[in-house]
Design a protein around this ligand. Sequence first.
Ligand code: EPU
Length: 435
Amino acid sequence: MKNKKIIISGGNKLSGSLHVRGAKNAITKEMVAALLSSEPSVLHNIADIADVEIVSRMIELHGAKVTKISDGSIRIESKGLRLAQPDELHKIAGSSRIPILFAGPLLNRLGTAQLPTLGGCEIGPRPVDFHLKALASMGASISQSEKVIELKTSGLKGTKIELEYPSVGATEQILLSSVLADGVTEVKNAAIEPEIIDLICVLQKMGAIIGVGTGRVITIQGVEKLSGFEHTVLTDRIEVASWACVAAATNGRIFVKGAQQEPMMTFLNTFRRVGGEFKIKDDGIEFWREGELKSITLETDVHPGFMTDWQQPFVVLLTQAKGSSTIHETVYEDRFGFTKALNEMGANIQLYQDCLGGTSCRFENRNHLHSAIISGPTPLHSAKITVPDLRAGFSYIIAALIANGNTEIDGLDIVERGYEKFEEKLSAIGTKIIT
Ligand code: EPU
């Protein structure tokens, strides 16, 4: 496996402009949605990230074809859809959550699916029990060995499903499975992230009938056949927030072309509360900071709350804020492991098992270190650090940008899974990178 390493010379204000394209967590699902039809589909605003390459290879193992038609546009043709070898899929997928989402298209078009089991990763155990329960309730039979999940159906049927938690993946699973099922499926406690709404837009273009009601209820009326589609993917709001944190943390000014206001509203409010500022323009958002950064109490949550994937860059930003900030992570039980390296660089971040900040979450009394108190401001000094996961990886880049001296960051190939050409973008805003 490749091991990307860079050395960042920190301590400079970073300013300039850069372009953020389509959201990793929408593109990859919309590529899978294309398999619901034997007609070709076209996606635009595709970021050049490793996860698109990974999903393209998984799609090709299923007998379909992914062609790059121009910079940022791909065509997917799946006339010859067939099963792939689970061990080959596993080799490509690694810790990707996408393979399980192939269940819907495969069950609807072939009546059977064979998928690799998904393990946990650096941010927790990440089970797929909600996905499998939903598929079983729609009429799929499931057998599971150590390495393979095998599903079969003589026809999926619409049903009523109530999710224990508004899981993004499980909601997508139900959408991708129920659009071609017989009858109506109602999902209560569904996730309604902007990337899910973007996927619903794709499915509607294909001919699906999906209603998003009040109170997290999604209703899908199954149809017999879906057609191909053409769609421009919404911008990656996690990447946009990451660059906003770079601007504020380095006291610079960054214009992020492509950034959209609506899916970022919660982030923008929080950014402003800590002393960040922004200007919404027709083609993007400009970010900077006004004076000293201020501490805050916040909790991560499902949409429309503060995203768990905004938490890591924000933690680094808060190491530079005056006072004690509290973050309660309510989506993942184990998403603060990355703070150890930040403390080694001079940050003062303490982790707690309690639900700090006011409300209790489902991790209460379960011995998970899921709350953090960040005391600041603390100058950061250079170090040698290794990236544990995608979002923590970018947060280490931000730490290196504000640290005094040269910080060596190892394992950056993980960051390439979700941040398009991040080295080029860093250079464009004035980062001194020593490779
Ligand atoms: N969960 C279960 N059982 C399930 C599914 C989920 O217990 O069957 C739990 C998870 O363990 C977690 C919570 O529910 O504690 C939320 O998980 P969810 O299913 O919502 O997450 P996901 O679909 O696996 C996607 C993104 C994540 C993002 C989360 C939350 C993709 C490929 N991944 O994961 O993005 O953090 O939603 O918004 O879309 C990232 O981009 O770096 C990333 C981790």
